[in-house]
Design a protein around this ligand. Structure first.
Ligand code: FAD
Length: 511
């Protein structure tokens, strides 16, 4: 038996865990899906002392969890819809991520709503009141003002200085508010899965659940070898996101597609402040211009019904791309054009189908824990920000369902792999960009070989050292895992092509 560091995931560990499956006839909890929800469930259950096997048919964060806006929301939009419980929960969970569980993967993000002619004075007043109410939520969630400052009004000159290139004609000023932003949603999932592994969970990617039985039997297929395995679980937690109904048909979902565009930061003057603008003619949808830590800018986001078969990787439509470009035309003096769009991505929100007619943008973002026939608990809905509470609720239900002996939930105070208090992160002896991605593990990533510290493609900062760490420690099994989920190089086809030999070299060196 090879010994692995506690949070180390890689091909050798996967092979060893698969070999051990034969002797493992009964697990406490089998988690289906390793998006943010399933990885959160695996961590919650393992840290309560349960025996956990968590599988994904593809890779960590292969589903919706890598296609989000990467915001750790304070719940403002739920407040606007009088969903006070969801709003409060979001604000509390945002505080937990920012302060305790993942300070290294999260940061405060200033967000400006410019008072352009398309924003009527009444709408601006309402938005400003909303931001103030959001600040009240922050206060009630006990997130310090030193982390998320108070919202404030800006003069036209201040707004112009913060938002390079924003339309100057008719600009009356703006409102500046603060929310949380993730380094990257997929990295949060990787950190969750690795932390679950440190607590003893077995994490297996490329392992599809093909069937479940009423006595807790689970048929698994290794997607790499085609080999079949059967294990039995006291409880199965179905965290398969938009695919959850395939395992639990009683849970009705109404997937909604959200699309983002990817631009070079240069096109927007390398912004550090996010922008938000009400979509003209809509009451509760906003355009978001989101600067990313790797220098790119994402612009989102649409919210359209996506009925029918669920694809593994959803595709944005040209109509959605045009809609986003049109709103950018309202926002900027020299708005980006179709040829400036370097990439685009879409994700499917696993929204609960309440049976009501109407637009998906109006559907609740609350989550549901469903206990069906047989030992299966399904957890769906919700959002990335509230994954921890969703996991806690799902494991509470699983403990009852399986009559499991488990400790209390401890994830509120359980730092993820690499986490350190914010002030200690600055002292980590490694480049600060790496500290923002790996936290206390950043020095481990740096090999010391200068050739492995040079960016692998064009204007992006990712290095061969990082690609290798993806393979040795973060469970990347192929070039797609490295380029599309451990890093986000693959969001732009040209960058992906330029980095593919570096990804192959990382795999060759480490596998
Ligand atoms: C466009 C968009 C923007 C968003 N922005 C934000 C945001 O800024 N902030 C926020 O808090 N939330 C946001 N959300 C919501 C958030 O992204 C989702 O709620 C969350 O990622 C859902 O995670 P999940 O783990 O439930 O599902 P997924 O991430 O889809 O994970 C499900 C996993 O199950 C696996 N799976 C499915 N079937 C099987 C099987 N049979 N066997 C094994 N594995 C299986 C899949 O491969 C997949 O990896 C956004 C959502 C969208 C679509």
């Amino acid at each position: 038996m090879t010994e692995f560091a506690p949070g180390q995931l890689n091909a050798a560990r996967r092979a060893q865990e698969i070999e051990a499956l034969a002797g493992r006839d009964l697990v406490d909890v089998l988690v289906v899906g390793l998006g943010v929800t399933g990885a959160g469930v695996a961590l919650d259950a393992a840290s309560r002392g349960l025996d956990v096997l968590a599988v994904d048919a593809h890779d960590l964060a292969h589903g919706t969890s890598r296609w989000s806006s990467k915001l750790v929301h304070g719940g403002l939009r739920y407040l606007a819809k009088a969903q006070f419980g969801v709003a409060y929960e979001s604000a509390v969970e945002r505080g937990i991520l920012l302060q305790t569980t993942a300070p290294h993967l999260t940061r405060p993000l200033p967000m400006l709503l410019p008072a352009l002619p398309s924003v009527a004075p009444a709408a601006l007043t309402i938005a400003a009141a909303g931001f103030r109410a959001g600040d009240g939520l922050r206060l009630s969630a006990r997130t310090p003002r030193s982390l998320l400052p108070r919202p404030r009004g800006l003069s036209a000159t201040e707004a112009r200085a913060m938002a390079t290139g924003v339309r100057s004609e008719g600009l009356r000023g703006g409102v500046l508010a603060w929310d949380g932003q993730l380094e990257d949603d997929a990295r949060l999932v990787v950190a969750l899965a690795r932390t679950a592994a440190t607590h003893g969970a077995s994490i297996l990617t490329r392992m599809r659940v093909t069937e479940t039985g009423e006595a807790g039997e689970v048929a698994l297929r290794d997607e790499l070898t085609g080999e079949d395995h059967v294990v039995r679980a006291r409880v199965i937690v179905n965290a398969a996101g938009v695919w959850a109904s395939a395992l639990q048909p009683e849970v009705a979902l109404r997937p909604a597609r959200g699309t983002h565009l990817v631009f070079e930061g240069e096109r927007f003057g390398h912004p550090t402040t996010a922008l938000t603008l009400p979509i003209p003619g809509e009451s509760n949808r906003y355009l978001l211009v989101l600067p990313q830590p790797d220098g790119r800018v994402y612009v989102g986001l649409t919210d359209v019904d996506a009925p029918g078969p669920i694809p593994d990787v959803p595709e944005p439509s040209e109509e959605e791309i045009s809609e986003l470009l049109d709103v950018l035309g309202v926002l900027y003096d020299d708005p980006p054009q179709r040829e400036d769009v370097r990439g685009a991505f879409a994700g499917l929100r696993p929204l609960l189908d309440s049976g009501e007619e109407g637009r998906t943008a109006d559907l609740s973002r609350a989550h549901l824990v469903h206990r069906g026939r047989g030992p299966m608990v399904t957890i769906v809905g919700g959002k990335l920000t509230t994954y921890r509470k969703m996991a806690e609720d799902a494991v509470d239900a699983a403990v009852i369902e399986g009559a499991l002996t488990a400790g209390p939930c401890v994830t509120r105070t359980l730092p993820l792999v690499g986490a350190l208090p914010r002030e200690q992160l600055e002292a980590v002896d490694a480049p600060q960009r790496l500290v923002g991605r790996y936290g206390s593990e950043a020095p481990l990533v740096v090999s010391g070989d200068p050739a492995l510290a040079e960016p692998v493609s064009g204007g992006l900062p990712y290095t061969p050292d990082e690609l290798r760490f993806a393979v040795t420690h973060e469970g990347a099994l192929d070039a797609g895992d490295i380029l599309d989920r451990r890093t986000r190089i693959g969001l732009v086809a040209e960058d992906r092509a330029a980095a593919s030999s570096a990804a192959a070299a990382a795999l060759d060196a480490e596998l």
